[in-house]
Each structure stands twice: as C-alpha cells, then as structure tokens.
Design a protein around this ligand. Structure first.
Ligand code: GDG
Length: 466
C-alpha cells in the first residue's frame, strides 16, 4: 500500500488470519493489515440479548487488532438473515423470485449499518484508509460520512451486480445506489458488473461519466472498476503438502483409483446450481453408459444460512436427487454420487482437488467463484484434470480455457462433462498451463494490492463532508 495510513477492514464477519481454517481471503487481508498494524471490524457471529450495551470485543492476531460486536436477535433476523440474505443476496444473484423485501428487514439493515458506523467512527484516526466488504455493508460509508468521517473509504462487492432492470426491482434501489457515492472507490468482480454499475448510475441517478470508471452525481464522485479476486496459490500448494492432505489423497486413490472421480465443493446455496449439476450428471450416466460403474461425483455441500427456508428446500431437493440417482444407477460396489452435507477441513480440500479428473463449477450465478481457481492450482501439471465452468460465474471472464457451459442446458452440460472425462492429455496440459499462469499472476495478493493502491491514489475528498 503506497499510503502511510493504517488500514481498517470492515466486513460482516471478521476472520482470524492466523487460523488455518481462515481461507485465502482472510490471509490476504491479514497480510495487508499486518503491514500497517491495522484493525478489522465486524460482527462477532454471535447473537446476544446484551447487545443493547453496545459492547465491543477486542483481541489481537499478531499485529492486527480484531474488534467485533454481537448482534441482538432482532438485528440478526432483519439485518443479516433478512435484508442481506433474503433480499440483497437473491436479487443481486438475479433471483427476484426468491427475494423478500419485508419492510422490517430494510429498517434492520439501516439500523445495524448505523450502529456499526457509530462504533467504528469512535476508533478511527484521521489518516486511516478504510476498506468495506460486501453487500451487508453497502450504506456504511454514507453513515460514516454523516458522522463527519473524511477518510478514504473503499468498497468491494464480492457478489454480482445485475443489470439495471433487475437492480431497479429492488425497493429503495435509489437509496442503495446513492450509498455507493459515499465511497471513493467501488470494486466489482468483473467487467460486466462494472458495466452494470455504470449504466445504472447514469440511467437512474443521472450520473456523469468522467472516464476511467469515474462518475459524478449528487455532488459526489466515485470510481467504480473491476478488481477480479484471486486465490493464494502458494498457500494452497503448501496446504497440499500437509500430512492430512497426503493421507486423504492416499485414501482417495486407494478407494477410487480405478474410477473416474469428479468433484464439486460449494456452500449449499441456490446460486451454486447444485440440482442442475446433479441432473447433468444423471444425464451423463444415461447418455454415455461407459461411465456406469466408473464416474463418481463427490459433492461437498457445506451448510450455510440454515435459518432461511429457501436453503432448507434446496437441501431436500438435493437429497432427493442424490438418492434417486444412486438408487437408479448404483451397484453394490459403486455409488455414482457421494453427497456430503458437511463442512470439510480446509487442509483436506487439496487432496480432493488433486484426485479429481474433473471439477464441476457450475453456478447459475456467482460473483467470481474461487473453487475453480483452487482446483487449477492443485493439479499435477504433467497430468492435469479439467475444469467445467459455468459461463455465469465471474471467473468465466478470465478462465477462458476451461470448458465453459450453460448450466441451465442440462444435455449440453452432460456433453461437456463427457468431453472433459475423455480429453486427451495434450489438450488438458495446454488448457491447464494457460489457466495456471493466469491464476498465479492474478492472485489474491495482487488483488488486494491493486485495490489499495488505487484507493490510495484517489484524490482526497474535501468536498464530501456530511
Ligand atoms: C463469495 C462470492 C466470490 C467450500 N466448502 C468448503 C470450503 N469451501 C471454500 C472453498 C472456497 C470458498 O469456500 C468458496 O468460495 P466461492 O468463491 O465459491 O464462494 P462464496 O462463499 O459464495 O463467496 C463468490 C467470493 O465471495 C470471493 O470474492 O468468489 O462469487 O459468492 O475457498 O474452498 N472450505 C472448507 N470446507 C468446506 O466444506 N474448509
């Protein structure tokens, strides 16, 4: 980071960068924070009725200060489970049919953002650089500005930004989009997300385009550009060398050595297209019988947002499909689908990636999707597997050498899986080498460095006081 200021990260959940389970994003943000002796602020993940006292919890992770707050049950239900995950999450993933715009959700969202802003403002120093993450916290900068904060504030949206007609279907969309203008820099995952932003602010907020992603409206200026997120390739490769990973790899090879393994690793979320994936796999078995008694799909579907009913319905649908496919095609010594509704230890994921001939990353819509990148990072360069990737994942803008599919088109997806399973070595190597070079060059460290350098280079805002 070129600026000398302390870095302050704000996100719904705070990760402890020292913990192995933290994942690449927490590690990368932790690295950036460590350089400036920074602070990470967010929800503790706990629901407590004592929150009325507004108590914050402070701890340290090396040079990084972690500050968290509990939420009351009502705030959790409206801000987190409600507006964030039942209104914004589905709407921004193009699923207006699943969105619930209850008024109580909206007021809870505003209330918690205001509360976070009040708590955070009291801890800020004048030269801090603040980086806010994701859809839970879109109005945070506006709330901070209202308290007189003049620091540089950046925002990164990890999920997609849909085209204007979909955004305009969100009640209060004008307020939401206005909130973006309280930031100095808005980062989006892809070029098309950035195009949607540009079109929306010009069509709905009457913004003027200033060039290079700059927009002016309401007397405020913001820069909005794509910053596609990557993974920590080196960290993942280190993980693969761990004892746990090696043991898991040996077990998988013993168990499945004579079969063709396919892998899917996702949160159990409707955006990930899991029922469509299972149907495509069923079609593969039906249309290409040489895969019977051989092709085995290991699908890890880690539990998420279980208090939201759409997730419960999805779980039932998936269990039904897995049972039906296994019942129709399984043998005494072979089951086509191994469906695990559990969270796997991160240190054991590399083994799964390494043993799989094909990875199925087929979301119906995804901001980026890191699983495809992790899969590529873990392949043996001499004998790499093949990535089947949805064209609706943000990653498809970069990973052109994957087999790109439309996950809604089940027969074509089955055909692509068949092609992946039969792909000659030379073609696999060629595709993999290009993908690996890309994810190495554009890793998560490059992503955070580029974002923070751009934020530091933004002209200081003297015009945007409350
Ligand atoms: C959002 C956006 C964007 C999955 N199951 C287990 C597990 N995972 C890990 C994977 C991967 C991560 O979780 C999932 O990353 P994704 O990118 O697929 O997606 P989201 O969680 O939806 O994240 C997304 C991302 O933000 C970053 O900007 O790419 O588009 O939706 O790292 O490996 N990890 C462990 N056990 C599991 O069972 N340990």
């Amino acid at each position: 980071m070129s600026s000398s200021g302390r870095l302050v990260i704000v996100s719904n959940r705070v990760g402890d960068p020292r913990k192995a389970a933290a994942g690449g994003l927490a590690v990368a943000l932790g690295d950036a924070l460590a350089k400036s002796g920074g602070l990470w602020f967010g929800w503790s993940g706990k629901v407590s009725e004592d929150r009325a006292s507004g108590e914050v919890h402070r701890s340290r992770s090396g040079p990084v200060e972690l500050v968290t707050m509990d939420l009351s049950q009502a705030d959790h239900d409206t801000y987190y489970a409600g507006y964030s995950n039942q209104a914004l999450w589905p709407a921004l993933h193009y699923r207006l049919d699943l969105a619930d715009f209850a008024a109580g959700f909206f007021s809870g969202y505003q209330r918690v953002n205001r509360l976070f802003a009040h708590k955070l403002a009291a801890m800020l120093r004048p030269d801090d650089v603040i980086w806010v993450h994701d859809y839970h916290l879109i109005p945070l900068a506006d709330e901070l500005r209202a308290l007189g904060c003049r620091q540089r504030i950046g925002f990164f949206l990890h999920i997609p930004l849909p085209p204007p007609p979909i955004l305009a279907a969100i009640p209060g969309h004008k307020w939401l989009m206005r909130s973006f203008f309280a930031y100095d820099l808005v980062g989006l995952q892809t070029r098309s997300d950035a195009d949607h932003f540009a079109r929306f602010v010009q069509e709905e907020a009457g913004a003027t385009a200033l060039g290079d992603g700059g927009f002016e409206a309401l007397g405020r200026r913001v820069i909005a550009r794509p910053f596609p997120i990557g993974i920590d390739v080196a960290e993942f490769q280190r993980l693969a060398g761990s004892n746990d990973s090696r043991q898991t790899e040996a077990m998988l090879k013993k168990q499945y050595g004579h079969r063709q393994l396919l892998v899917g690793i996702d949160r159990l979320d409707y955006s990930k297209g899991l029922p469509h994936r299972f149907r495509a796999f069923r079609e593969l078995l039906a249309n290409y019988p040489e895969n019977l008694n051989s092709a085995t799909l290991i699908q890890i579907a880690s539990p998420t947002r279980e208090s939201v009913s759409a997730y419960e319905e999805l779980r039932r649908e998936l269990e039904g499909l897995a049972g039906e496919i296994n019942g129709a095609h399984g043998e005494l010594d072979w089951m086509p689908i191994r469906y695990l509704h559990r969270t796997w230890a991160r240190r054991r994921l590399p083994a799964l990636y390494r043993c799989a001939r094909v990875a199925l990353v087929t979301p119906l819509r995804d901001g980026m999707n890191l699983v495809g990148k992790e899969y590529v990072a873990m392949q043996d360069e001499a004998d790499p597997g093949v990535l089947v990737l949805s064209r609706f994942a943000g990653a498809a803008e970069q990973m052109r050498q994957a087999l790109l599919v439309n996950p809604y088109d089940i027969p074509a997806t089955a055909q692509a899986i068949q092609r992946a399973l039969r792909m000659p070595l030379a073609e696999r190597q060629e595709r993999h080498a290009a993908l690996l070079a890309h994810i190495r060059e554009h890793d998560v460290h490059e992503w955070s460095r580029t974002f923070l350098d751009t934020l530091s280079a933004v002209e200081m805002r003297t015009h945007q006081a409350a």
